[in-house]
Write a protein that binds this ligand. Sequence first.
Ligand SMILES: Nc1ncnc2c1ncn2[C@@H]1O[C@H](COP(=O)(O)OP(=O)(O)OP(=O)(O)O)[C@@H](O)[C@H]1O
Ligand SMILES: [Mg+2]
Length: 891
Amino acid sequence: MSRWGFVGRTDELNRLLSAVTSAEGRGLFFSGNAGIGKSRLLREGVAALPRDGYAVWSIAASATTAALPFGGLVQVLPTEQPQGLSPAGILRWAVDVLQQQAAGRRIVLAVDDAHLLDPPSAALVHLVARADNATVIGTSRDGEQLPLPIRALWTDGLVDHVELKPLPPAETTRLLSEILNGPVDATSADRLGRLSEGNPLLLRELVFAADRGELTRTYGIWKWTGRLELAPNLTDLIDIRIGQLTSGVRGVVELVAFGEPLGLHLLNQAADPVDVETAEERGLIAVEHDDRRANVRLAHPLYGEVMRRRCPVSRTRRLQARLAELLELVGKRRRDDLLRVAVWRLDSGTAQDPALLLDAAGQAFARYDVPLATRLARAALDAGGGFDAAELLATILMFADRPDEAIEVLDAVAADIEGERRLSRWLTVRGMVSYWGLSRQSTVEEIAARGSTLRDSADQARVLAFEGIMRLHRLDTGIALRLGQTVLDRPAASVAARELARSTIAHLQAAQGQLHRSATAIHQVQAEAGRWRADMPYLQLALELARGTRLALAGDLAGIDAIVADEFADLAGAGDFRLGTGYLAILQAYAARLRGQSDAALRTSLGACAVLATSRVYAGLAQAERAQAAALRGDAAQAAEAMAEADRTHAPGMVVLYPWLEQARGAVLAAGGDVSGAVKHLTGLADRLRADGFAGHEVHVLHDLVRLDQATAPLGPTCSDGSRRTVAQRLAELSERVDGVLPPLLARHARAAAGGSADELLAVADGFDALDLAVYAAEATATALDRLRRQRSPAAAAARERLAALLGRCDLIRTPALQAGSPALSEREWQVARLAADGVTSRAIAERLYLSARTVENHLQRIYGKLGVAGRAELRAALQAIPGHDGGENG
Ligand SMILES: Nc1ncnc2c1ncn2[C@@H]1O[C@H](COP(=O)(O)OP(=O)(O)OP(=O)(O)O)[C@@H](O)[C@H]1O
Ligand SMILES: [Mg+2]
């Protein structure tokens, strides 16, 4: 691309090469100032790579590609993207494509200007970097905002990250001779070198900016007599140079600035080929050849920045309209051409073709670029796109959590819906927005009434499927189930209607404890995704809620990990699908909480609350999970505050989620010290769940009662013999009805707590531990330890060690069950105990605390008694087994 040789940078180049080729190499990113030489270094590095065994792709992001989803990877991905993929599905597809094309070779992705990557491209680059057989190298400019998945490359340790420094003076001099193609006299080289401060681009622009007469060549040696004392700003220099171009050449640079990468043949049609050549000769644009075509780009991104800034709005619009026209004229060929044309039309105010805009909106939405899809769909509607445009726009707005606007859009086209097929679609989209987006309870009756007037069986089925899921959400479970069955039994029902009905049933089955059947149904819905996604994209949310409910109720933490990883939930910013990512974050927090990772639980649930703050769908659930996380840490104030937020934000239309909220309320009461209030509340909740048939939830609530030492408490209705069942009995009963490995374990815990041996409790703890349920494991162990201590059993020491080990794996956790068994030491006793555990002698302790040695001895005896230990040797382990204290200085 450059007409002069590459100078210096030997170490950097070697480092880049070994990042790719050495066994322990793990990718490398250079950052640095504009013009410092990052792109050139990367190019030289890629050119020097061995070709054998490596599949190398170079990606150059730019301001124009940044506006398009996957714009940054346009030259890498195939033209056609398969239909009906989730955000994660698209990313997976793209990775698979690269893997296939690499055909066993090592993948090398070279990403220039990574700060300009569009979100999905950035997510994809991150994913590729995670693959075992891939290395990512690249550049980013200092001071620019980086997409999160790119920054995560080095914060996650997937690549190294170094700052590219200015060229040293000797190399700057060599570069100057390269640029001028001949030796330069020492003083000139020194002055120019100092002015450029080792920035190659600045050096080059200074040379270009030199007036005739300022740069002269005598006897083959260049001399510079410019009078500058301070270097002008780099952009100013470029600005001046661009200002001096002829209008023809400037026109070429402008087109490339707004349209890069542009096909060379297209540019030659739009401008005089002589001007194109001149622009190339002056080093303003560069022509690159890939296997398919010749592409024109700016020689340096700063030219584009300057050019676009100079261009008045009216001219920018004219240029964009011209680019759109040209691309339409030569025919859209590349995968992004349709989107590019549509965006240019939009930006230039010449968007008049509703079909084009609607198509493009669909494409943007299929790539989960919600903001772009929204703009395009709205333009399609404004251009007269009618119901189809309104439906797509409303759907996108709902995904983007903007229900009020969605309703407005739908109501505006209500009067001119033609045909029953469209009417059934209108009813369902509007119903969805009205029920979940606006929390209008009456939606259910409205949709049912209007749906019954439809004559076609498929149209009816669509509406019935929606009525069914709404009924489930407001706890008309019987009707929901019946409607779901009706839809499944209708041969005419569309795939989307059928799978929506199946999701409804799967969710209900999970709540009822039929976890196996629920799993089968969910699997089926997922397998059909390719056939429903385009027709009913929001079905994804129903599927996720059903799946998440099942995994959480099953205590299947590994399953939760798997879907979080599978959906790349941590690649924040890949698309704008807030309800989806927010819900996954809730699940993630739940898994962290049951593992005792209370820091992560709190952090992740806070993240979920932030993402879902404006949503009427999951905001309450997110706050309830935060309340649980805070309660687990014993932070009663935050727990209460989060619970109040949960109550404030929870939508009445999501009442199906009440078990989660009410369970959280129990934990919050207990954390606040009101254990009897918590017991009363949870007992009432267990009754309600039994009445609702939600056995899947009921086992968890009963277990919460066990954790509050209520295994033998009576609950439920009075039996024929006049007695009432205990919590433990009810759990035993349910463990036969609720699927999975967890319920029998919970029941066993209850039995052991109700009067079993300490050994039995320890066995239960092992069972919990095997499922990674560290909090429950620690609590069962703590109860066992308490019993052993009271019995003065020698087995206490081993139990204490196990508890300490379990607590050591957790972050700070304080629950009533852990607290109950743990001895209460006074402040003074803590001081003495810690010092003694650290091996400080009684005399030294006495001196340090200004006490008599005798008093210290008395304290120690009392401490041994409270902790149930024989002497100093066991003290440290005993302190570590006290939750919330690590036994050390800061315990
Ligand atoms: N070591 C070098 N040898 C020869 N030429 C160089 C060298 N480093 C940079 N250049 C030239 O200097 C100019 C600016 O470098 P480059 O485009 O790599 O800068 P950059 O750091 O990528 O800037 P930006 O952040 O704006 O993208 C280019 O014309 C490039 O060819
Ligand atoms: Mg660059």
